[in-house]
Design a protein around this ligand. Structure first.
Ligand code: ATR
Length: 473
């Protein structure tokens, strides 16, 4: 069984006591007391929260002083002292009272090397190692090592650090780790990927896990939206980041199976390249030429679909447009434009495509029976104009991708850009008095809600997702 271990890092005994009370009520089952957080190490160690197992940790160069403090901590009821593998204090305390720890803040080594490290650590105490996880390959090495470590039946602690390591913390029970280190509050988290005590207690030992992969993943808003939906629906579930380079993407299916991940979103730049890695790609994703959602069934079979289409359809419905008899202009000829053109033509809309590079617009239009129209030949008369280019997005050109003259009061405008929510196109649309105008936020929320429903079978709380859109994960 994996214990929820609350990290108590406070600068005074009174603050440590308050943090302990908060952690206990949130569900802490063990404590790591960071003695190095104290402004001054107290003489009296009665503040140690010995109602649960306590690990005393003190990173310091002053070894003689540390030896005394550790001895005092053990005499005052700490179950373990945490001693680094390269410390001169290694071997000083009885093995049964030591956690012998090793950290690699840059990488995760191969499984055989992890096992070699654990063999060495276990000669001095409960072995603990934490490795920086960079992507799928590192996650698999940790998994392979855990499978072997579990066989011995001896306690050990194995952690993947960094945002990409979060899944190792959520699956700590599967990994077999003796404890999972958790922050008492989000602002106290000592490492990215560390969850709170309350969140660990909410999740329990066997939560549903969903994920997102892409490269890079720093700016994605999906974790906050999905985690808000899990909380709002009362599902013990957690949505994690698994950043992956193109080289490591082929390892993703194995990661999804090992860590029992129920589904994953796929984002830039993997929406096309993920397709050959899946057992099946559903027709709407084939037609859109991209997969943004993977569903993993209990046998480990991977099905790819595209909920961007549902996001586009929901946004168009919100604009009160019936695609079957609508005249629609799509600006752009990349992946986002393709998704819009494929779903609108399938719904019977008369679609025109315009693009900076007209050759690409012609190819896209020809594939779906749409019409390619150069920008300087565009005339008013569209029921809906969709911007599927990054023009207007922060960090990109702030050009308006269509002539302002075609923005009329009969037209609705859907700008797929969501950052910022007010783009030059939407501002011009407002000035022109268009019938309705929306940014890409609604689409993003609708696609997230559709993925959530696919994975959980439960309708997502769109209000919770919307509220979380700009919040913290
Ligand atoms: P995505 O998958 O998000 O659609 P993409 O495949 O890179 O991204 O496609 C981006 C589209 O936006 C392309 O049609 C691109 O035009 P080109 O085909 O000429 O490259 C278009 N685009 C990018 N920047 C643009 C800008 N500043 N103004 C107008 N169109 C732009």
């Amino acid at each position: 069984m994996t214990l929820i271990c609350a990290v108590i890092a406070a600068d005074t005994p009174a603050a440590a006591e308050a943090m302990k009370v908060e952690a206990l009520s949130a569900g802490a089952e063990a404590f790591e007391v960071r003695l190095d957080a104290f402004a001054e190490i107290p003489d009296d160690f009665s503040f140690l929260p010995t109602e649960k197992p306590v690990i005393a940790t003190l990173r310091s160069e002053l070894d003689e002083e540390r030896r005394e403090i550790f001895a005092k901590a053990l005499a005052s009821g700490a179950a373990y002292v945490d001693i680094e593998s390269d410390s001169v204090l290694r071997g000083v305390f009885p093995k049964s009272q030591v956690i012998c720890s090793y950290h690699d803040f840059t990488k995760t080594p191969a499984a055989w090397d992890i096992l070699r490290i654990f063999r060495d650590l276990s000669s001095s105490g409960v072995p603990k190692a934490a490795f920086m996880v960079r992507g799928p390959a590192d996650l698999l090495e940790i998994w392979k090592a855990a499978v072997v470590l579990k066989q011995s039946g001896d306690p050990f602690i194995l952690i993947g650090m960094g945002a990409a390591g979060e899944v190792t913390r959520i699956r700590a029970a599967d990994i077999g780790s003796m404890v999972s280190y958790c922050a008492v509050r989000p602002e106290f988290a000592s490492a990215p990927g560390q969850i709170t005590v309350a969140e660990a207690a909410r999740l329990g030992d066997d939560p549903i896990i969903t994920a997102i992969t892409g490269w890079p993943l720093e700016h994605t808003r999906s974790p906050q939206m999905h985690n808000a939906a899990f909380r709002a629906s009362g599902i013990r579930g957690r949505y994690v980041r698994i950043p992956s380079t193109a080289e490591e993407l082929p390892l993703l299916p194995e990661v999804l199976r090992c860590y029992r991940i129920r589904g994953a979103n796929v984002t830039i730049p993997h929406k096309q390249t993920v397709m050959p890695l899946l057992s099946e790609v559903l027709p709407e994703a084939k037609s859109a030429g991209a997969v943004n959602t993977i569903l993993v069934d209990p046998s480990g079979r991977l099905t790819g679909t595209n909920t961007d289409i549902a996001g586009i359809s929901a946004t168009i419905a919100d604009l009160r447009i019936t695609p079957s008899n609508a005249r629609v202009l799509v600006a752009g000829a990349g992946g986002a434009a393709r998704a819009a053109v494929s779903c609108l033509t399938a719904a019977g809309a008369a679609v025109s495509v315009t693009n900076r590079t007209m050759e690409k617009a012609r190819t896209l239009a020809a594939e779906f029976g749409a019409t390619a129209v150069p920008r300087d030949e565009l005339c008013a008369g569209y029921d809906l104009i969709i911007n599927a280019t990054p023009a207007g997005m922060s960090g990109f050109s702030q050009d308006i991708p269509v002539p302002v003259s075609i923005l009329t009061p009969d037209t609705a405008v859907f700008d797929m850009v969501y950052e910022p929510e007010m783009t030059p196109l939407l501002a011009a649309a407002g000035d022109a008095g268009v019938r309705a105008a929306v940014c890409g936020k609604a689409m993003l929320i609708a696609q997230a809600a559709a993925s959530f429903t696919l994975w959980t079978g439960i309708e997502a709380d769109a209000a919770a997702m919307t509220a979380a859109f700009g919040g913290s994960p």
